[in-house]
Design a protein. Sequence first.
Length: 326
Amino acid sequence: SSGINAEWPLRPGDSYKMAVNGQWCLIESDPGVFSELIREFGCKGLQVEELWSLDEEAFTQLKPIFGLIFLFKWKGEADIEGKVLFGDTDVFFAKQVINNACATQAIISVLLNIENPEIQLGETLKQFKEFTKSFDPTLKGMSLTNADRLREVHNSFARQAMFEFDSKAAEKDDDVYHFIAFVPHKGRVYELDGLKPGPIDHGSVGDDWVAVIRSILQKRIESASSSEITFNLMAVVGDKKEELQKQLNSIPDDDNNQAKIAEIKAKIAMEDEKRENYKTENIRRKHNYIPLIMEMLKILSEKGMLMPLTMKAKEKLESKKNNQKI
């Protein structure tokens, strides 16, 4: 017996269709969303920060960086840089078997490859890693897709909708976005893309693994810059508040250190404010506003105001479209 409960129901003989039909929603690429996902998975000691630049200084300010998550517009299979590893590897790698799960899959790909003993994965992720350690990448991907707790946390960020529509495959002209992860692992740097056959080895970590990835990302963005500007890069980093608190506790509280103490306390206050903002934004993301909207529409209809306002909105939209054509 594996000692794992029914949270991981997939077995080697189960149908691939089961994984494809697992319901995962689209979620927003946002550091507040990803940080809460990590905490809700039960992982401690980490947070997610957004990067606005590939400059070395931007990365230095965030260290230690345990992994990078890159979002880009997918335009079909591209040439693979680096060496694809097949068969058994020490790197956790899962194939992507359902589209909407790729954000969470990228995050988990980072978390399950972290080697720092100070990072606590939590029981949910530890059990999942142990349960799937002998699985091939496809079966790992199917197990991830059917992991009830992980899917529940992911879907807690689902956008509320008045109607449910059957999902459809992307068509030729649709914009399709994809998440991949980059991690250091046992002295090597890996790219983890669930659409590829295996983890991609980008060489030795060297003095700074992030420098290896910065160079790769710079080339990819530059090669696509003539037709594409939609990219997003986030870093999985150490818990900043914990690090600042450790610094504060290590400084003697005497007259010589008051300026330094004040500086650290100000940074902790900024971190608290940022987290409070994230919390508020996530509450708004998860709240169901539909009953309120429906009640407002009902009241407007009863007062005979709904149709005039609707016509006015349509006229405004048509005017805007006409102005854009000029």
